[in-house]
Design a protein around this ligand. Structure first.
Ligand SMILES: [Zn+2]
Length: 511
């Protein structure tokens, strides 16, 4: 029988906590629903102790998701573990994932704890977690830089205390494939009781080796891989889910293993995560980049026309890329919109559907053909604006050669009150942003500003992605789309500002 590699998705925990990726509550729920459809075995929904909002999101995901296990992260502290348990409690299948560093560097400088104290803590906290629920995962943080002998001891204690999954993180992305593969092999050889538990790996991509390290671990007996959609995450990111899944599938002849992921949902999931986080997928990204299946050079095309396998090891359709796209227009009704939204991976509530349909009709008046990208932009606007403190009421600008750029902006707050401000600037966007600043009153620095056409055609919507930094050095991203580029610019800026207002202090961990 072919063994199954469990796919543990941490897009909503490790991915979401990286600078600028922050998601609101509704956005997290949308991604969780799609991850379940994708077929991941475990969804790490968040770090519940981080803030009341984080707790609520994990809790709602636990109520929503039925097929995948819902997991909450905790430090090896009773309060964290209890909170993680309360958050995942409603889930049909639930897991607590707790961690404690085992490298001398982390023990000495971060935790100020001796090795002996660490072992006691692991025993006590894994046992405590086990008293709450059956499915417990333990991670020795910075495992790849820990003394192997001490690590084996720590793992044995975790197993004896009830952990069923032992996750070995390469926290700083330092390992290389042969080294990491041997590391896993030695853990299998030297840890008593290891045969009865699942070995998991969690690799970071600082040297571009996260996927290679994960696969080397799998070759040496790891049976769970932690990963994120599009590889998003701290610094250079995590192991990319789509790459691991497609490597195992495409090279089944070599690995002789399978996963429960449905490859046809990969592209849709990638698009959803990219549009909601505002993290654009590079065109040359394996599996989900826009060029991943494009064959342009003449000789390749000739080969492909004659026989596909000459240059294509996978088909675009296998990962859900559609060749013939359905285009909606002015006369498309609600049913067509709902059907298309479902196909794009958006499960909308009645209220969201009503609002999106309204926006769709308005857009169809301005633009003849409505592409999938337009629909995504519409629904992303809807989801991110639904609970926002500030919304755009009106934007007026004057600009052009020989004119002083001026903007007049009206914003509506959540209480329904409208605020107006005028301002000048070096251009229409600068003028508009400075008027917004006068109303909202947050001190921020604009780090990045990017504008793209949502789809083809001169009547296309523009999508603007911004990154801003607060006085405290926190980074927030925002996105917004509209057929008018200045309105799109204001929406994206406001989206980022709204995240600052919503994002109270949040505890952060690196694992
Ligand atoms: Zn991590």
């Amino acid at each position: 029988m072919t063994e199954t590699i469990k796919i543990f998705d941490t897009t909503l925990r490790d991915g979401e906590q990286c600078p600028g990726a922050s998601l609101n509550h509704d956005e997290k729920l949308k991604i969780a629903a799609q991850l379940e459809k994708l077929g991941v075995d475990i969804i790490e929904a968040g770090f519940p102790i981080a803030s009341p909002d984080d707790f609520r999101a994990v809790n709602e995901i636990a109520k929503l998701v039925k097929k995948s296990t819902v997991c909450g992260l905790a430090r090896a502290i009773e309060k964290d573990i209890q909170t993680a348990f309360e958050a995942v409690k409603p889930a049909k299948k639930k897991r607590i994932h707790l961690f404690l560093a085992t490298s001398d560097m982390h023990l000495k400088y971060k935790l100020k704890m001796s090795r002996a104290e660490a072992l006691v803590r692991i025993k006590e906290m894994v046992s405590f977690a086990k008293s709450l629920t059956a499915d417990i995962e333990f991670s020795p943080e910075d495992a790849s830089r820990s003394d192997p002998k001490f690590l084996y001891q720590a793992l044995e204690i975790a197993i004896r205390s009830g952990a069923q999954t032992l996750n070995i993180p390469d926290t700083v992305g330092y390992s290389t494939p042969t080294e990491f593969g041997n590391f896993i092999k030695n853990i299998r050889k030297n840890v008593r009781g290891i045969k009865d538990v699942v070995i998991s790996v969690h690799c970071h991509d600082d040297l571009g080796l996260a996927v290679a390290n994960s696969l080397a671990a799998v070759e040496n007996g790891a049976r769970q891989v932690e990963c994120t959609v599009n590889g998003i995450g701290e610094r250079a990111g995590n192991t990319s889910l789509e790459e691991v899944v497609m490597a195992l599938k495409t090279r089944q002849d070599f690995f002789k293993l399978k996963t429960n992921v449905k490859p046809k949902e990969i592209f849709r999931t990638s698009r959803l995560v990219s549009s909601l986080t505002g993290f654009v997928v590079p065109p040359n990204k394996a599996i989900v980049g826009s060029n991943a299946f494009a064959h342009e050079s003449g000789i390749h095309q000739h080969g492909i026309l004659a026989k596909r396998e000459t240059y294509e090891i996978m088909k675009a359709e296998d990962v859900g890329v559609e060749r013939n796209r359905l285009v909606l227009g002015k006369h498309s009704g609600r049913a067509a919109l709902i059907a298309r939204m479902n196909e794009l991976g958006f499960k909308l509530t009645q209220n969201e559907l009503d609002k999106t349909f309204e926006r769709f009709k308005l857009l169809a008046d301005k633009k003849k053909e409505i592409f999938d990208e337009d629909l995504e932009a519409l629904v992303v606007n809807e989801i991110s604006e639904a609970t926002a403190e500030w919304k755009v009421e009106s934007v007026e600008v004057t600009a052009g050669t020989g004119k002083k750029p001026r903007a007049e902006i009206a914003l509506r707050n959540s209480a329904g009150k409208i605020f107006k401000q005028k301002s000048g600037g070096t251009g229409p966007v600068d003028a508009a942003y400075s008027a917004v600043n006068k109303i909202v009153g947050e001190k921020v620095k604009l780090l990045e500003f990017r504008m793209d056409a949502v789809s083809e055609g001169i009547d296309a919507q523009a999508t603007v992605a911004v990154k801003i930094e607060t006085a405290q050095g926190r980074i927030y991203s925002g996105k917004g789309s509209h057929t008018d580029i200045v309105v799109a610019s204001v929406k994206s800026y406001l989206n980022a500002l709204n995240k600052i207002i919503a994002g109270k202090e949040r505890l952060k961990v690196v694992l």
